[in-house]
Design a protein around this ligand. Structure first.
Ligand code: NDP
Length: 292
């Protein structure tokens, strides 16, 4: 037995793959853990390892000051907590994905019920939980972040970004936008490769090693920072032609071309805006919010 009595009690609501990984890590670190989830059977493993399954969300909330939520989205927080009479004295840490606006609304909603609120965006799949090598963006009530640091650091490293509860989700969604578009591009590359008779295992090392993406990111970020879009090395007209070749190669091979076609449409808007001699990075001028 670990010295559970010395460790802060934690309530964990939401027992998908992420919630279960968090529960496991908290139990392994010796925290008394109360869990609740809509689907009781998902708690079985954690209960076997020592977690207590509460009879209701309200009982789960009553069990600990620290209430961690790992739910599909922010709506689920309301669904789960709406019948909890009060959040007085509770530190609600919502580790579910949502928009910055949803996190701000969630914080205000929790405050209206007497609760303190921290939002979090977890930058790791479940197997990374329990490692300090991955981190979570947090924002909101700083005192909660400090008081629960011992609990939160069991899950991942803590990256507190500021008092605005929307900030964690802003950092998170920015990262996830890059992640999903990149991963979808990767899947398209594999489908095209297969269709051209190149096995996945043959192409994968090329895809991993072909481009130094860190260098591309740094170079592009510098151009954006400095507002310098001189097309000395890459002209928009070249990029537009290049992605069009990917569209045609995909269609010729019978592979879904929606993704490169969407990218091509952005390049064409760049050409339409007269950016043909600027660099690729000038496309950001089409992506920024319109100034009123
Ligand atoms: P899941 O969607 O698989 O599970 C989340 C839990 O939310 C489930 O236990 C589900 O209950 C519960 N839930 C959803 N809607 C409701 C509702 N209306 N009322 C009650 N309970 C509800 O997500 P994950 O566990 O994979 O992830 C949790 C959060 O972490 C998500 O916001 C996700 O974006 C984020 N995340 C996930 C990562 C991953 O790789 N999995 C990586 C980084 C972040 P039930 O079991 O009954 O379906």
């Amino acid at each position: 037995m670990s010295d559970g009595s010395a460790k802060q009690a934690v309530t964990l609501i939401g027992l998908g793959p992420m919630g279960r990984a968090m529960g496991k890590a908290l139990l392994a670190a010796g925290h008394p853990v109360t869990v609740w989830g809509r689907t009781r059977s998902r708690a079985d493993g954690l209960v076997r390892e020592g977690a207590v399954f509460a009879a209701s969300a309200a009982e789960a909330v009553a069990a600990s000051e620290a209430v961690l939520l790992s739910l599909t989205d922010y709506q689920a927080m309301y669904d789960v907590l709406k019948d909890v009479p009060s959040l007085e004295g509770k530190a609600v840490v919502n580790l579910s994905s949502g928009t910055p606006a949803e996190a701000r609304e969630g914080a205000a909603w929790a405050a209206g019920r007497g609760g303190r609120f921290l939002s979090g965006g977890v930058m790791s799949p479940p197997p990374g939980i329990g490692s300090a090598e991955v981190s979570t963006f947090y924002s909101g009530d700083e005192e909660v972040a400090d008081r629960l640091r011992g609990v939160l650091e069991v899950l991942t490293a803590v990256d507190y970004r500021g008092a605005d509860p929307g900030l964690s989700q802003a950092y998170y969604q920015v990262q996830l936008g890059l992640f999903w578009t990149t991963m979808t591009g990767f899947l398209h590359a594999l489908a095209l490769s297969e269709a051209e008779g190149i096995p996945v295992e043959t192409i994968t090392p090329y895809l991993i090693g072909a481009n130094d993406m860190a260098a591309f990111f740094e170079g592009t970020a510098r151009q954006v920072r400095e507002g310098d879009f001189a097309g000395d090395e890459d002209r928009m007209a070249m990029g537009a032609a290049s992605i069009e070749h990917v569209v045609h190669t995909s269609r010729d091979a019978g592979v879904d071309a929606d993704l490169p076609a969407a990218v091509s449409a952005i390049f064409r808007r760049g050409l339409g805006a007269g950016l043909q001699d600027e660099s690729f990075a000038a496309l950001i001028t089409l992506m920024r919010p319109a100034r009123g």
